[in-house]
Design a protein around this ligand. Structure first.
Ligand SMILES: Cc1cc2nc3c(=O)[nH]c(=O)nc-3n(C[C@H](O)[C@H](O)[C@H](O)COP(=O)(O)OP(=O)(O)OC[C@H]3O[C@@H](n4cnc5c(N)ncnc54)[C@H](O)[C@@H]3O)c2cc1C
Length: 329
């Protein structure tokens, strides 16, 4: 690519996939604008503050398998935006606790799960609170309309949707039959989450638990992660199938059910609590695609749902999407 003509790319979604894609494209000399509907970046790698308490209520930690991702993880470690979490991880089944092999290295963002995304975003042009509602291609250039700001000033040669499949499909619409079909064939499952806040420290003998035979599939003592406030906070995530079966309940209806399930497991009543529904939490079946691209209209798709529902999978998807564009323009 000529150093004098920067190709302009719009990326919708500032989760880890969109940010990894944007970072690679910027390094290769593209002019990249990232749009996200939220106030901050990170998507499902999210964190919530509540009075003195705080919690990662989306992604809990991440692991590393792929050498490509390992390079990024080393950079994050050097920048001190992630650290290993050496919490006591167990499996929990009807009250019986079993330790899990300690060899898996689990990383978390520091001071919050959003930190690696914020690190990537600091060298990017990110427009938060821009909910993209419409895409139009005029004279081979993409125009973006957002709910908050109307039509964005500049037009883009390339467009990447780094958002969950259902949301991508709504935007792609009839622009691409192929991409539309790829989005349609994906099933993403929800996750109901309870965040319990306690006025006293509570050591249950573990810091994270994969739970069986319960409403919940995961429990974490969030304040044992590095760099967190010491105020006692537990995050309990319901299983995806259970969450799907209870998708139609509202927060008032789900709260007593989640609180009772939490008490059944821990014998504890939360002093304060919040609930959150992740509507598109996890992919049902991993995909081999990595990313998708329609050359005719210069639109790409990336995100965890084109690989697997992990931080690593989402990052790799964005990275591969970027390198496809870099190699083919
Ligand atoms: C409850 C839960 C627990 C998890 N636990 C783990 C775990 O322990 N370990 C692990 O590795 N992974 C875990 N994951 C999965 C991991 O969080 C995701 O795979 C990964 O963060 C997905 O990144 P992404 O960039 O593909 O999508 P997202 O993070 O969803 O990013 C998409 C972004 O697009 C934005 N957006 C959507 N629509 C629009 C629009 N129209 N306009 C503008 N912006 C838009 C959203 O605001 C969001 O920021 C968990 C996920 C959930 C929900």
């Amino acid at each position: 690519m000529s150093p004098f003509i920067k190709k302009r790319v719009a990326i919708i979604g500032a989760g880890i996939a969109g940010l990894s894609c944007a970072s690679e494209l910027v390094k290769a000399g593209f002019d990249v604008h990232v749009f996200d509907k939220s106030k901050g970046v990170g998507g499902r790698m999210s964190h919530r503050y509540f009075q003195e308490w705080e919690a990662d209520h989306g992604a809990q930690y991440f692991t590393v398998k792929d050498p490509l991702f390992s390079g990024q993880v080393n950079e994050w470690l050097s920048a001190k935006v992630i650290a290993p979490w050496d919490g006591r991880i167990v499996s929990l089944n009807r009250g019986s606790i079993h330790s899990i092999e300690a060899s898996t290295l689990r990383y978390v963002g520091v001071p919050a799960m959003t930190a690696p995304a914020k690190y990537l975003a600091q060298s990017l042009n990110v427009h938060t609170q821009h909910t993209v509602t419409e895409l139009k291609q005029i004279n081979q250039l993409w125009r973006i309309t957002t709910k908050e700001q109307g039509t964005f000033d500049c037009a883009f040669e390339y467009l990447i949707c780094a958002i969950p499949s259902v949301q991508a499909r709504a935007l792609i619409g009839s622009h691409s039959v192929n991409l539309n079909e790829i989005c349609t064939n994906v099933v993403m499952l929800p996750c109901w989450t309870l965040i319990g806040y306690f006025k006293q420290p509570l050591d249950l003998g573990f810091d994270g638990a994969f739970v069986e035979s319960s409403t919940f599939s995961w429990l974490a003592r969030d304040n044992t992660k590095p760099g967190r406030s010491l105020y006692e906070t537990w995050v309990a995530q319901a299983g995806n199938t259970w969450s799907q079966e209870h998708l139609d309940l509202n927060h008032y209806e789900i709260e007593p059910i989640l609180l009772q399930a939490f008490k059944d497991l821990t014998k504890l009543d939360c002093d304060l609590y919040q609930t959150h529904l992740w509507r598109y939490a996890k992919l049902e079946t991993p995909s081999e695609l990595n990313f998708a691209y329609d050359e005719a209209i210069r639109v790409g798709l990336c995100g965890d749902w084109l690989k697997n529902s992990t931080v690593e999978g989402a990052w790799i998807s964005g990275h591969r999407m970027a390198h496809h564009l870099i190699s083919n323009t």
